[in-house]
Design a protein around this ligand. Sequence first.
Ligand code: CCH
Length: 304
Amino acid sequence: VAAFGVATVFSESKAGDYEAVKKDIIDTLDDSDWDDGSWGPVLVRLAWHASGTYEKKSKTGGSDGATMRYAPESTDGANAGLDKARAKLEAVKAKHPWISYADLWTLAGATAIEAMGGPKINWKPGRTDLPAPAPGVASAKIPPNGRLPDASKGPGVNGVDHLRFIFHKMGLDDRDIVALSGAHALGRCHPDRSGFDGPWTHSPITFSNLYYVELLENFWIEKKLPNGVLQYRDPDDTIMMLPSDLALLADPVFKKWVVAYARDEKLFFEDFSKSFGKLLELGVTRGQASSGGLSSIPIIGPLI
Ligand code: CCH
């Protein structure tokens, strides 16, 4: 009873009030000192990288556990910069200490998509946090590095094969791959994180199908950046594509969906919502002590 009393003193919202958490996530997005004025894109990337480590065969990885807080996942080069996104969400966690980090990160991604004009995402709560492993002890519940895609693979069939290898391993299909890639309408690359530089579209804080439109209709010129990294720039040198982005044009099935989403934004929104919802659910085992060791938070009220 005493512990319950303490929790209510420090918590500003009732356990299970996900609408209150969503509101505070939305309130943290706008920031004129951060990139293009919104934390939204990097929060979407956090939710995706937390989830995209899932391996269907071994049923390991995924967003459950919030394992990116621990090595080796925290030090994976693919996650460079996401420490800032996680730190940004600490203020929201402090206001709603009852929510797990695993739920908070995925809810932040889903909320950011919606707040930037994207489709509603069917997010469900119930993830638990893996307790910190003892120092020096490797935990089998923390996924190894190397499960996230490598942007330098492309623009040809090596990129196609790589995307299939990475996403099929999660249990996602070709249509999911192309739909999810449309998130690159948002945000930008940072030389100090991935080595690549610049945004994919001219409206990087609005969710749209412009990624596909640019991919198809622009000219993409190979450019070597001062750090030696190869990427593709438009003739005005204002936006860019990764080698892996151009791989979506190098396969007939991928290209079919690129064309479909470029032509029909409504179809893209519907497909993205389904695929992103699926991504956030990968490996989530609600109410099983094996997922995190802590008892899971009961699901109270309607799912968001
Ligand atoms: Fe991505 N992404 N992504 N990406 N990504 C990067 C940034 C964002 C790849 C590579 C990169 C998805 C798929 C892929 C976002 C969402 C998604 C960066 C730059 C690289 C590199 C990182 C930096 O320098 O800050 C590759 C390869 C793939 C292959 O599929 C998927 C799927 C999603 C979400 C559904 C978002 C959003 C960003 C912008 C982050 C920011 O900080 O602005």
